[in-house]
Design a protein around this ligand. Structure first.
Ligand SMILES: Nc1ncnc2c1ncn2[C@@H]1O[C@H](COP(=O)(O)OP(=O)(O)O)[C@@H](O)[C@H]1O
Ligand SMILES: [Mg+2]
Length: 252
């Protein structure tokens, strides 16, 4: 299977803060991965390296067959058109209606306005916001705004969706609802990477995890995560882990 993302010997350092030390992994296309790790572990930095907002200090990051280092600044907009980006803060244009926000990526691609608005309507219906197409953006709930952001991110059929803590500002019910939308996209053949510091959300789905730990990345398969109770592990101090580990109840 083709790799849509690959990192080889990636190191990332900001002045004196070392975020990644020798990270190597690749993701096959048409896959769904959660990106997990505590706050400050490097989730946003990793995603930025994937969408060309940040270069690693050393090492190779390739996305969609392109080495990010080889992209010029002027190549970035065209490259990003293959991507659907969703952020913690949904970054909607406040004086645009939801419909206009969702249609924008098509307008930028010079799709005619009628066609763009028809497609935007369909996308808003898909995310469950029929009837909210012209509601002022500030009157929508956080969960509704995020669903507008998802509709906008995917209206132009991206190959890869990168979402940086999209569920951080919504309750669990809305978080699951959003993740089910990402799941539908994955099932339709799009590659999806969703960052979350909340591993219990990842545990609710049968997808692997890119787990950042101690400047490194570990790919955790869903079966392993569930069987080991690794979520609970995050709450444990070091000595409790050692005891559990010696009893063979967990496997690190
Ligand atoms: N532009 C930057 N300059 C200096 N340090 C940064 C910068 N961006 C992130 N960091 C640091 O890198 C580490 C990882 O940050 P980040 O990628 O935002 O983590 P996360 O998204 O997992 O919370 C943190 O220690 C953060 O302070
Ligand atoms: Mg972050």
């Amino acid at each position: 299977m083709n790799q849509i993302i690959s990192l080889e010997q990636v190191h990332l350092k900001f002045h004196r803060v070392e975020v990644f030390f020798n990270v190597n992994f690749s993701l096959p296309e048409k896959s769904f991965y959660f990106l997990t790790g505590p706050s400050g572990s490097g989730k946003t930095s990793l995603l930025k390296m994937l969408y060309g907002a940040l270069l690693p200090s050393t090492g190779i990051v390739s996305v969609l067959g392109k080495s990010m280092r080889a992209l010029n600044k002027s190549d970035i907009p065209a490259f990003r058109r293959n991507l659907g980006l969703v952020f913690q803060d949904e970054q909607l244009i406040k004086h645009f209606t939801p419909l206009q926000n969702v249609a924008l990526p098509l307008i930028i691609r010079e799709v005619n306005e009628k066609e763009a608005l028809t497609k935007a309507n369909e996308m808003l219906e898909w995310v469950g916001l029929t009837g909210f197409t012209d509601t002022p953006t500030h009157l929508l709930s956080a969960g509704q705004r995020q669903r507008v952001a998802i509709a906008r991110a995917v209206i132009a059929n991206p190959k890869l969706i990168l979402a940086d803590e999209p569920t951080a500002n919504v309750d669990r019910e809305n978080a699951l609802r959003m993740l089910h939308l990402f799941e539908e996209l994955y099932k339709s053949g799009v590659t999806v990477v969703v960052a979350s510091h909340d591993r219990s959300l990842a545990a609710a789905f049968p997808y692997p995890e890119i787990a950042i730990r101690d400047k490194a990345v570990e790919i955790i398969q869903p079966g392993r995560r569930r069987n080991t109770g690794i979520d609970a592990l995050d709450e444990l101090d070091h000595s409790s882990r050692a005891v559990l580990s010696s009893k063979g109840e967990i496997h690190l």
